[in-house]
Design a protein around this ligand. Structure first.
Ligand code: NAP
Length: 434
């Protein structure tokens, strides 16, 4: 009997785990179970709409999902349609590849006011994730504050200031385009609690800020150190120096040359969101750096704004039957092995860090551990899952069904755009059963 493996989640980490198993030489049958009808996780709902090239990695994932050993069960949610225990009863091994879909909470006075969003929900909204279609962020303001100095903060800022023409050839959903492009936003502030040297963004993404058609990056040169100091690897020093050089290039640009601005403000840690029921501004405390860490100076600044996006990292969602580290927001494991027969990969294992390809070694580790833990399969796998789903009347979506949904999205795309995403699950299912 082949070893039967279920992978929960069809995002990058789930697809790399499936690929690693396919290539491992283990005699196995693999089923990828995904809560949405659509595969590819953050590639579809996280990668910025204007980064279409990044999304091409799905071609490799598709090859894996089309392998004869691999099955796809979309629109099946563990915890809703069946429990983790039931899934483990069907399969020899279960790999949890559910990512980190929740926002790390912004633990500030006023952080629960209307108009404060985490980047997980905000990005999911403009990327057409069905669960966030109705988020309805209020963009009726001139100034926006983004907290955090990571790539997601840059994505959010860029999407808010790009012109309709810059976004025309993307898959930004029409409702989001309408809300963003009709908003009076003129100034977006990106706040880092530490300095430019400690910022987490990558240089390619930072450089994009200098190529915006109608927005200027603004930075106070006083905030930029002359050189990169402190203990760090040579690689990090090189990357930080490049970022510093890019930021220096922003200095001296005429802020009013464009109708919008993206302000980079460093050493400013958020301390309070103020206003009535709705956010009216963000209070920040100036910091100084001690050994690379931010220490409050007691001096505060108030920045009026009508929208706050906290882009301060993500956490996984706890699942019944999985040991969870609430502080780190990850599943507890020993290099991915929760126990023999249960494994975790990707952000659910490591936390939200690295690039897409960083998930690959996690898949390799899971395949290696499965090879160590199983010499042959014992549990029925796919047939048992299908029986359970039929019993529960679950409308699962096959990979062929997904290809039908994808074809409909491509056929409906506006000229030059890669696709017009179907947003509501009922609309996706309607394509399959017109
Ligand atoms: P990130 O890179 O970890 O950045 C999080 C930022 O939030 C850091 O600057 C951090 O500052 C700050 N922060 C955390 N808690 C804070 C608090 N309480 N108050 C103020 N600031 C706080 O996270 P991310 O931007 O969400 O990105 C997640 C991962 O996805 C990263 O690996 C990223 O590179 C990747 N990603 C890549 C791309 C791309 O390649 N184009 C695009 C999007 C995302 P400290 O450093 O001081 O903690």
């Amino acid at each position: 009997m082949p070893v039967t493996v279920a992978i929960i989640g069809a995002g990058p980490s789930g697809c790399y785990a499936a690929e690693a198993l396919v290539k491992s030489g283990i005699d196995c049958q693999i089923d990828v179970i995904e809560s949405l009808p659509t595969p590819y996780g953050l590639i579809r709902s996280g990668v910025a709409p204007d980064h279409e090239k990044t999304k091409r990695v799905t071609r490799a994932y598709e090859r894996t999902l089309l392998d004869v050993r691999v099955g796809y069960f979309g629109n099946v949610e563990i915890g809703r349609d069946l429990s983790l225990k039931e899934l483990r009863d069907c399969y020899d091994a279960v790999i949890v590849a559910v990512g980190a879909p929740l926002d790390r909470s912004l633990d500030l006075p006023g952080g629960d006011k209307a108009g404060v969003h985490g980047s997980a929900e905000f990005v999911s909204w403009y990327n057409g994730h069905p669960d966030y279609r109705d988020l309805g962020p209020d963009l009726n303001c001139k100034q926006v504050a983004i907290i955090g100095n990571g790539n997601v903060a840059l994505d959010v800022a860029r999407i808010l200031v790009k012109t309709p023409a810059e976004m025309a050839k993307t898959d930004l959903p029409a409702y989001a385009a309408e809300a963003i492009h009709n908003s009076p936003i003129t100034d977006v502030y990106i706040f880092g609690r530490r300095g430019p040297v400690q910022a987490k963004w990558t240089n390619v993404e930072l450089r994009e800020m200098a190529r915006l058609v109608d927005a200027t990056p603004v930075v106070d040169p006083v905030q930029l150190p002359d050189s990169v100091e402190g203990k760090m690897s040579e690689r990090d020093r090189r990357l930080s120096s490049k970022n510093l050089e890019t930021l220096r290039g922003f200095v001296g640009q005429e802020p009013d040359a464009a109708s919008k601005r993206v302000h980079f403000v460093f050493q400013a840690a958020p301390v309070e969101v103020f206003g009535g029921a709705h956010v009216e501004g963000l209070r920040l405390e100036r910091t100084r750096l001690e050994g690379g860490q931010a220490v409050g100076t007691g001096e505060t600044i108030d920045v009026p704004c009508g929208l706050v996006v906290a882009s301060i990292g993500y956490r996984a969602k706890p699942m019944e039957g999985l040991p969870f580290d609430a502080r780190r927001g990850t599943v507890v494991s020993s290099d991915g092995r929760v126990k023999p027969g249960l494994y975790v990969v990707g952000w659910a294992k490591r936390g939200p860090s690295g690039v897409i390809g960083t998930n690959k070694p996690d898949g390799d580790a899971a395949a290696r551990q499965i090879a160590e833990d199983f010499t042959k399969g014992e549990k029925p796998g796919r047939s048992a899952l299908q029986q359970l789903l039929e019993l529960r009347d679950t409308a699962w979506v096959s990979f062929e069904d997904w290809k039908t949904i994808e074809a409909a999205e491509i056929a409906a795309a506006p000229p030059g755009a890669p696709r017009k995403k179907l947003i509501r699950i009922r609309d996706m299912l309607k394509v399959l059963d017109p």
